[in-house]
Design a protein around this ligand. Structure first.
Ligand code: URA
Length: 212
């Protein structure tokens, strides 16, 4: 007989099948990447150097989701490769999930000019891409970094303080989601690294409940 925990995992997998509301739900990794690369759904296509699709282990147990590419990401075509990315790498290594073991993506695939916040229509246009990435990776846990990414992922206006420390479910895939501070924020407010560490411990606990 399956254990209650396996049952939860099965339930989650079942609930994740058959993405609705996403025009990308049939795409392979290569097709999805090509679709993102040629995307012109919003004006960010005019100002980007290149798209930033996502990177890492396509069978990852943990997926990390940020807000949008910054200057360095726009230049290199990879997520979290600037200063905030270095701190993210250190955070992931510290919790025993080094960068190369996870899959990293952003809510937006293109850099907003001057790193302004994503506009709602930009996030909406990009949502199907992220949903398909989540479906393809099928992680046990999604770690969302920062208020903007969390509010977009969870479709809420709640402040970060209310979103941390709880297990959420991603819309569509029903993947467990844990929210923490953005590493760029932690670079400005290092005193909050202690709370971020608590979030990472909590994320590990949540992931352990669903691990394959
Ligand atoms: N900040 C993000 O949210 N994503 C990146 O890829 C880089 C910085």
């Amino acid at each position: 007989l399956p254990s209650p925990l396996e049952g939860r995992r099965e339930e989650r997998l079942g609930a994740g099948r058959g993405v609705r509301g996403s025009s990308c739900s049939h795409l392979s990794w290569d097709e999805l990447r090509a679709t993102v690369q040629s995307c012109t759904r919003c004006d960010l296509a005019k100002t980007r150097t290149q798209t930033v699709f996502g990177t890492g282990n396509q069978q990852a147990v943990w997926m990390v989701i940020g807000e949008a590419p910054g200057a360095e990401e726009d230049k290199q075509g990879l997520p979290f490769v600037g200063k905030a990315g270095q701190l993210l790498n250190n955070m992931l290594a510290a919790i025993g999930m080094p960068r190369e073991t996870v899959y990293i993506a952003n809510v937006l695939k293109c850099r907003p000019p001057n790193n302004r916040d994503p506009k709602p229509d930009e996030a909406a246009n990009c949502r199907g891409y992220l949903e398909r990435q989540i479906e393809l990776v099928n992680p046990a846990l999604i770690l969302v970094v920062g208020r903007i990414a969390a509010q977009n992922m969870l479709q809420t206006d709640a402040p970060l303080a209310r979103l941390r420390g709880r297990e959420h479910l991603a819309p569509v895939s029903r993947t467990p989601v844990v929210v923490t501070y953005h590493p760029a924020y932690l670079l400005r407010q290092p005193a909050d690294k202690r709370k971020a560490w608590q979030d990472l411990l909590f994320a590990r606990e949540v992931a352990a409940r669903y691990v394959r």
